[in-house]
Design a binder for this molecule. Structure first.
Ligand code: PLP
Length: 378
C-alpha cells in the first residue's frame, strides 16, 4: 500500500518546533472563525444582509455549507453551473431580474481560477453582494490578482489545504473591520486533538498497514465521530464572533511564506505530472492545463465508466468525490433541472496532489490507473 497518497497534508513538525511562539496575526486583512460557513454568515451580517434574504448558490455545492446558511435564517436559491464549472451569466442576470436576490456565491472550485469581472458588473448593476468562495484554495491568482480580492467579501477554509483543524476566515473588501467585536477565545485543545488524530492516522496506515480509505475503516471512523458529536446540539442561531487569533497550527503554516510558495509549486508540479501520465494512459483529465499562478486542490479525472474512486480507495489511495455524500438532496432529486451539477458530482474523481506528495509516490497510482484503463476502455 502506498504510504504517501493520503488526501490531506500532514503538519510538519520541523516547522512547528521552529515556531514555538505566539504572535499577533500578521494577516490583518482576515478575520478568523472555526470554519468557512461561520465566516460566510458573519460576512452576510457585516454586509447588512438580513435574515430571510435569498442567497443565490451554484447547485454544485456541499450541503454542510448550505444547510448551515439555511439554519442561520437565510434562504438559498440554486442555479445549475455549466459543464466547465462556470456560471451562465445570462441565466444569472435573468434570475436577478426576476427575484429579489441579495447575494451570490462564486466558488473557485478546487482552487482553480475562473473569470469574475463580467459577473462583478452584473452584481453591481442589480445591487447584489458578490461573495468569493476561496474555501478550496487561496493562493490562486487571476492574472496577477489574488482570488478573494475582487468581490464584496471572500471566505476561506484553510483546513482544506493546510494541516490544521480550523481555518475559517473572512476578508471584507468593501468594509472596515475595526468596528467589529472579536472573541478572545483561544485554546490549544483543538490543535492537540488534531495532531493526535493525524498521528494515529499515520500509525494506522504506515505501521499497522491499515487501509484508512477502505469502506470498513470509514464506517468505524464515522461511528466514532458520531459518538463524539451526538451530544453537540446543532444551534446555528448562536451569535458568531470572529476570533482575534487563528489556531496555533494555522498560524504557523499560513504565515510561512516559504512553505506556502513551495506548497503551491508542488501542487502545480504534481498536477502537471498526473496530467501527462493520465493522457498517456488514455484517461480523461477534467482540466486540460493550468498556469503557474494556480494552486489546485486536486488533480481531477473524469470517470465516465463509474467506480474509479471506490476502486482507488479500496487500493489505499486517498481519492475522493465532491460533494459526494454531501451533495444537497434537493439537487440530487432534480437531475433534469441541475444536469451539470449532478453529472460533475457523479463523474469527477479527485486525486491528492498536496504539498506532501512527491512525484515518486505516484508509481503505484499510475500502475493502478493503467490497470483500470485497460479493464474499462475496451
Ligand atoms: C465550496 C465550499 N464552500 C464553503 C465550504 C464551507 O467550509 P467549511 O467546511 O470550512 O465550513 C465548503 C465545505 O464544506 C465548500 O466545499
Amino acid at each position: 500500500m502506498n504510504k504517501f497518497l493520503i488526501n490531506r497534508p500532514f503538519p510538519r513538525f520541523s516547522l512547528i518546533f521552529k515556531n514555538l511562539s505566539f504572535f499577533e496575526n500578521p494577516r490583518k486583512n482576515l478575520m478568523f472563525f472555526k470554519n468557512g460557513r461561520e465566516a460566510f454568515v458573519y460576512g452576510l451580517q457585516c454586509s447588512g444582509i438580513t435574515k430571510n434574504s435569498i442567497i443565490l448558490a451554484p447547485a454544485f455545492i456541499c450541503n454542510s455549507f448550505t444547510e448551515f446558511i439555511i439554519s442561520s435564517g437565510y434562504q438559498i436559491r440554486y442555479v445549475d453551473i455549466k459543464e466547465d464549472m462556470t456560471l451562465d451569466l445570462a441565466k444569472i442576470e435573468k434570475i436577478f431580474k426576476a427575484d429579489d436576490i441579495k447575494a451570490l456565491i462564486f466558488v473557485y472550485y478546487f482552487g482553480l481560477s475562473f473569470r469574475i469581472n463580467s459577473l462583478l458588473k452584473i452584481c453591481k448593476k442589480y445591487n447584489v453582494t458578490l461573495i468569493e468562495d476561496c474555501c478550496h484554495g487561496f493562493q490562486t491568482k487571476i492574472n496577477s490578482q489574488l482570488v478573494g480580492t475582487f468581490g464584496d467579501f471572500a471566505i476561506y477554509s484553510f483546513r482544506k489545504v493546510l494541516p490544521c483543524s480550523d481555518g475559517g476566515a473572512l476578508r471584507l473588501n468593501n468594509m472596515k473591520q475595526s468596528k467589529y467585536i472579536y472573541s478572545y477565545n483561544f485554546s490549544l485543545k483543538d490543535d492537540l486533538f488534531y495532531l493526535i488524530i493525524r498521528i494515529v492516522e499515520l500509525l494506522a496506515r504506515n505501521i499497522l498497514l491499515i487501509n484508512i480509505y477502505s469502506k470498513k475503516f470509514i464506517l468505524i471512523k464515522t461511528y466514532i465521530r458520531d459518538i463524539f458529536t451526538r451530544n453537540k446540539l446543532k444551534n446555528n442561531q448562536e451569535l458568531i464572533f470572529p476570533k482575534k487569533r487563528c489556531s496555533f497550527l494555522l498560524n504557523i503554516f499560513l504565515n510561512n511564506k516559504k512553505y506556502l510558495s513551495e506548497s503551491m509549486a508542488t501542487r502545480n508540479k504534481n498536477f502537471n505530472y498526473l496530467l501527462q501520465e493520465t493522457k498517456l494512459i488514455g484517461l480523461k483529465p477534467f482540466i486540460k492545463q493550468i498556469e503557474s499562478n494556480i494552486s489546485p486542490q486536486f488533480f481531477i479525472i473524469e470517470d465516465l465508466h463509474g467506480g474509479l474512486h471506490e476502486w482507488l480507495k479500496a487500493n489505499g489511495i486517498g481519492a475522493m468525490q465532491w460533494p459526494g455524500q454531501e451533495f444537497p438532496k434537493e439537487i440530487l432529486a432534480l437531475p433534469m433541472l441541475y444536469i451539470n451539477a449532478n453529472k460533475l458530482n457523479k463523474n469527477l474523481v479527485m486525486i491528492p496532489i498536496h504539498q506532501d506528495v512527491e512525484i515518486n509516490s505516484y508509481k503505484e497510482l499510475i500502475a493502478l490507473l493503467r490497470k483500470w484503463a485497460k479493464k474499462n476502455n475496451n
